[in-house]
Design a protein around this ligand. Structure first.
Ligand SMILES: C[S@@+](CC[C@H](N)C(=O)[O-])C[C@H]1O[C@@H](n2cnc3c(N)ncnc32)[C@H](O)[C@@H]1O
Length: 356
């Protein structure tokens, strides 16, 4: 049992089962034992890898996207460029390198990183190597004014609730203890009138539905902010384009699936993002997408960028660049599972890559 599992088991013994959302929040964000709090989980030696870690082309094209949207905003002399959940800081470093090809855009940027993990903040500072940036803990801590916000694989790490359908009633799925004293799923109290999409509500007996209250609240706050102050947010993640039934919670450890309750704090936990729910929460903001990541990157010119990078490369390096581009865009890899959603000020044109 991990130290966090022992701590949670003690809490369950004294106060009863925990909602799954509380278990997930502690597993990822407990100040001492949380998965993101004291480690670098990325890359071959870690537990998983992400698009910016696969290729610099990803961040460069997101940087190009930000520059085009900034121009559509009327090229304001100051804009907050913020990334939420910046991991190793690779995406922001690649965005900023691309931004420098358009000096007035680079000069307008006030760079912010929204990060809860102290160890990843340090890692991000190393990656950004002295480039001016400010760290904050919450989206609400960003300064006012026009905003360009990027979040890649943040929403899949936000705690979810799971509801189980028993007959016609929905019950909260909780984390309790087995007879042997290990963490185990238990069925909690009935949830009257849960805020589920109509298609999900019609699910058969035994179905599992997921809700991400923190994700919805964040999409609402982002939508309000860009609608009121100008700008746009680009949300990239894996998940459902329409709200769907199913248990999508998964744990990953050293690039392999792991039982979700086994080692809290030692394995990554994620769940599919419900893009329909995010879009519905966005309020006054104009919603564009979601479109598949492959389509988005192709429209922004990933093939042309790959050819440029391959121009002076050895055959081995050129093959590697082509392979990494394929990984990002192929439907069998990350091209379709990952989706891209933009929340924009209503007067902005459809942003690049998100055309219907
Ligand atoms: C899967 S990583 C994604 C990293 C990066 N965006 C990438 O694509 O490589 C999730 C990141 O979100 C951060 N994070 C998790 N919950 C957060 C929250 N509530 N607010 C801000 N950052 C959070 C983690 O510490 C980590 O940096």
């Amino acid at each position: 049992m991990t130290e966090l599992a022992a701590l949670l088991a003690g809490r369950i013994r004294s106060s009863g089962p925990l909602p799954l959302s509380e278990f997930m929040a502690e597993a990822l964000g407990h100040p001492q034992y949380g998965y993101y709090m004291a480690r670098d989980p990325f890359g071959v030696a870690g537990d998983f890898t992400t698009s910016p870690e696969i290729s610099q082309m990803f961040g460069e094209l997101v940087g190009l996207w930000c520059a085009i949207v900034w121009q559509a905003m009327g090229s304001p002399p100051k804009v907050v460029l913020a990334e939420m959940g910046p991991g190793r800081g690779t995406l922001m470093a690649d965005i900023l390198r691309a931004a420098r090809t358009l000096p007035p855009f680079a000069a307008a940027l006030d760079v912010y990183l929204v990060e809860t993990s102290p160890s990843l903040r340090n890692r991000q500072a190393q990656t950004l190597a002295g480039q001016p940036a400010t760290w904050v803990e919450r989206f609400e801590d960003l300064p006012p004014g026009p905003l360009l916000l990027v979040a890649n694989e943040l929403f899949d790490a936000l705690p979810i609730r799971q509801l189980e359908k028993h007959g016609s009633a929905w019950h909260e799925r909780m984390v309790g203890l087995s007879d042997a004293g290990s963490l185990d799923f238990v069925t909690g109290p009935e949830v009257p009138a849960p805020p589920l999409a109509e298609a999900v509500r019609q699910a058969p007996d035994g179905a599992v539905a997921e809700l991400c209250p923190q994700g919805r609240a964040l999409a609402q706050a982002i939508g309000c902010r860009v609608a009121a102050s100008g700008g746009a947010a680009l949300i990239i993640d894996y998940g459902y384009t329409r709200s769907a039934v199913g248990d999508s919670l998964q744990a990953l450890r050293r690039h392999c699936y792991h039982p979700v309750l086994s080692d809290p704090g030692e394995a990554d936990l994620t769940a599919h993002v419900d893009f329909q729910a995010l879009a519905e929460a966005a309020g006054e903001a104009a919603v564009h997408g979601p479109v598949a990541q492959g389509r988005f990157l192709l429209r922004l010119g990933i093939e042309e960028r790959a050819v440029m990078l391959m121009r002076n490369a050895t055959p081995e390096v050129a093959a590697d660049i082509a392979g990494r581009a394929r990984r990002l865009i192929d439907p069998g890899e990350m091209g379709t599972l990952f989706q891209v959603l933009a929340l924009c000020h209503p007067t902005l044109p459809v942003p690049p890559g998100l055309e219907p």
